[in-house]
Design a protein around this ligand. Structure first.
Ligand code: CS2
Ligand code: MG
Length: 413
């Protein structure tokens, strides 16, 4: 079963996505998500110019060999663009192999370890009152775990706060957008004040616990914006509210920084959505500085590498909490769900829910019921891409916002 053709499909149904479609000599197709938010065309070019020519004629069954060939063969290794390109090839080959075997992908990963994957949704509000409405909306949508993000008094738009939410509908927040100046697309700029944020967030969780009780699993995303001591302060202040996790409390590439947070708090920590190999976690996992691995399949070299990372993490009691925003496409989401169902040290799955426009292009078979996600039992990943629909949505340059502190200093967004 040789790889006969490879197409890189860039489409923008509600937001930009890059998808790799492989077709074998037996006519079996496989899909892989190659979307890196704000840098989509870099991955599309890496695939088109440097990977696709190497794939044609290769045996589609040799997934591990292809992974090593693309990782070691590139010489220049790791990094978001390289690992997203490798991930797309890897997932497409797993999709093909499972279709050829006539079984859902998770059956090739060891079969089901659970009946479904606990999902968490994104509640948010520019005020605590709006946040309460959003939490109720997500409970009505069936979520049994909720991420809580709010505005910060005195600041405008900040990360994670949806601009408009309609009752009974999904969380509507797409951070990637653009401002246009002299015909050029530029990132939107937002303003940040960590001190105001650190004062405000503990009052938000006290209000949420008073309103919704002590049992609802609550998560919060610090989104890389605190220094280690600031993160230790917030993790300590949030201890009374018993969060499921505090995510990206501090930029994770400085892995030893989390020793400081651990010294001050038992609030569980999650990190890794911007990482792209297991090596980024080495200290974090072996020193048990985190409790959850946040990677997404499309950003961490695909199923082959992420499964390796998850098994390593499991040796240290670290569980999964795969990244599942709308900029991980339904193909990347489905790949995560097959791993979620199969691995032993599953923790939770982020589920931001794609828009109806996105789902016009990506036809999914995963389900969400009783707070749990399931990839479905169609052969392969269980996702099809409607290429005619995809062609209707032209790529639109979009960037993630740039954050600046009150004095104008560039800060993490
Ligand atoms: C966020 C992401 O979902 C999360 O945890 O950190 O939404 C992140 O902001 C986006 O993936 C960036 O593209
Ligand atoms: Mg995050």
């Amino acid at each position: 079963m040789r790889i006969e053709s490879a197409e890189v499909i860039v489409t923008s149904p509600g937001r930009n996505f890059v998808t790799l479609k492989l077709t074998t000599s037996d006519g079996i197709t496989g899909l892989g998500d190659a979307t890196v938010n704000g840098r989509e065309l870099a991955v599309a070019s890496y695939l088109t110019e440097h990977v696709v020519p190497l794939l044609l004629g290769r045996d589609a069954a040799n997934i591990e060999d292809t992974w090593q060939y693309l990782y070691r063969g590139a010489y220049w290794r790791r990094g978001p663009v390289t690992m997203a390109a490798i991930a797309a090839v890897d997932v497409a080959l797993w999709d093909i192999k499972a279709k050829a075997a006539g079984m859902p992908l998770y059956q090739l990963l060891g079969g089901a370890s659970r009946r479904g994957a606990l999902a968490y949704g994104h509640a948010s509000g520019s005020t605590v009152e709006a946040l309460f409405d959003s939490i109720r909306n997500h409970l009505d949508l069936g979520f049994r775990a909720i991420r809580v993000q709010t505005g910060v008094p005195g600041l405008g738009q900040v990360y994670g706060v949806a601009t408009d939410q309609r009752p009974g509908e999904r969380y509507d927040y797409e951070p990637a957008r653009r401002s246009v100046a002299d015909g050029r697309s530029l990132p939107v700029e937002e303003t940040w004040d960590t001190a105001a944020y650190l004062r405000h967030i503990p009052t938000v969780f006290e209000a949420v616990r008073n309103e919704f009780g002590p049992d609802l699993p609550l998560l919060h995303d610090g989104h890389h914006r605190m220094t280690p001591i600031e993160a230790a302060r917030l993790a300590k202040d949030l201890e009374p509210y018993r969060l499921f996790w505090l995510e990206d409390a501090t930029p994770g590439e400085d892995q030893t920084a989390l020793r400081l947070i651990r010294r001050h708090s038992t609030t569980p920590l999650a990190i890794g959505e911007v990482f792209n190999t297991a090596f980024d976690y080495q200290t974090l996992i072996t020193e048990r500085l985190i409790d959850y691995v946040r990677s997404a399949v499309p950003h961490t070299g695909g199923i082959t590498h992420l499964k390796r990372l998850v098994e390593f993490a499991g040796l240290y009691g670290v569980r999964t909490g795969f990244h599942g925003p709308t900029d991980v496409s339904p193909v990347g989401m489905a790949a995560a769900l097959h791993l979620d169902i199969a691995v032993h040290n599953f923790g939770i799955q982020e589920y931001m829910q794609h828009s109806a426009t996105t789902l016009e292009v990506f036809r999914t078979s995963y389900t969400f019921a009783d707070g749990l996600l399931h990839p479905g039992d169609n052969p392969g990943l269980g996702v099809d891409l409607d290429e005619e629909a995809a062609a209707r949505f032209e790529y639109i340059p979009a960037y993630l916002p740039v954050n600046r502190r009150l004095d104008g200093t560039v800060h993490d967004w």
